[in-house]
Write a protein that binds this ligand. Structure first.
Ligand SMILES: [Fe+2]
Length: 280
């Protein structure tokens, strides 16, 4: 199973590997669709144009869920078409706003990659499915834990990055944390068993996080990334939008297992959501 899902990239393993994370586009069947005042197709294009303007040397992009807002085939087809401008392989996983069957059937074409295990230089990147049908919260099933264990067992010398949609730790926003990865504590316990795991990366929370979480003797790097549309304000118990612009993340994976990373946002103040909204 592990081998069937793998894709290997050949790179100069002495150079840091640049990877993009693009998350939570929340696209609609209609390109004019708006989420709380932001036209999500437009903000996605603004983010993709910002990526291009920044002239990174990225080898691939990780698309970490909530690609659709309305579960429509057209929303996934639109993402696949829009992302072509990056001219980069885009490995994707579903979020709670996605319908996996519709997504997999429609997010296809040039540059769209369904493989969930990426082997690149001294690293392997594992894309995990934390979605649970019909609810906004997440859960990491035993099959995904087995996937992690088997992947590390088959390449124990590689540094490992785990990528998912839901936050496996609480982020300090009560309204969001009720929809975290419900078995996050058990997952962190699993992560502690593997020194190969250097970082956890997710979407879902529409805000920037980059910190170390101390657990036992190990500190785990945890990273979350702004959405390409609306932003959620950190440390708010009730639903609160942020005025920050849509963005993406660049990850640089070094051959010694260290991670450098930075968030980039669309310049200016082009996108302004309905800041007084109380939910979506
Ligand atoms: Fe989202």
């Amino acid at each position: 199973m592990v081998q069937a899902q793998s894709l290997t990239y050949s790179v100069d393993s002495t150079e840091p590997i640049e990877i993009l994370q693009i998350t939570d586009p929340h696209l609609f069947a209609q390109q004019s669709g708006q989420l709380l005042g932001v036209t999500t197709a437009e903000s996605l294009h603004a983010v993709l144009d910002t990526v291009l303007a920044n002239q990174h040397q990225a080898k691939l992009a990780l698309i970490t869920g909530d690609i659709s807002q309305d579960f429509s085939p057209e929303s996934y087809q639109y993402f696949a078409k829009a992302a072509k401008k990056l001219q980069l392989p885009c490995h994707h996983l579903p979020g709670n706003h996605d319908e996996a069957a519709v997504m997999n059937a429609n997010i296809v074409g040039e540059y769209m990659c369904s493989q969930k295990r990426i082997l690149i230089g001294n690293w392997q990147i594992l894309l995990l499915d934390t979605t649970v049908a019909g609810i906004p919260g997440g859960y990491l099933p035993d099959s995904e834990v087995a996937f992690i264990e088997a992947s590390i067992a088959s390449a124990p010398d590689l540094h490992t990055l785990l990528v998912m949609h839901h936050n496996p730790i609480k982020v300090g926003c009560q309204w969001l944390d009720q929809h975290w990865m419900k078995n996050g504590d058990a997952f962190i316990h699993t992560v502690r068993r593997f020194p190969q795991i250097k970082g956890l990366v997710w979407g879902h929370v529409h805000q920037e996080i980059d910190k170390l979480v101390k657990t036992g003797m190990k500190a785990i790097r945890v990273i979350a990334t702004p959405s390409t549309c609306i932003q959620f304000k950190p440390h708010c118990d009730d639903f609160t939008l942020d005025h920050l612009q849509p963005g993406y993340r660049l990850l640089q994976l070094a051959s010694d297992g260290s991670i450098s990373t930075q968030v980039y946002r669309v310049p200016g103040e082009r996108f302004m959501p309905e800041l007084n909204a109380s939910g979506y």
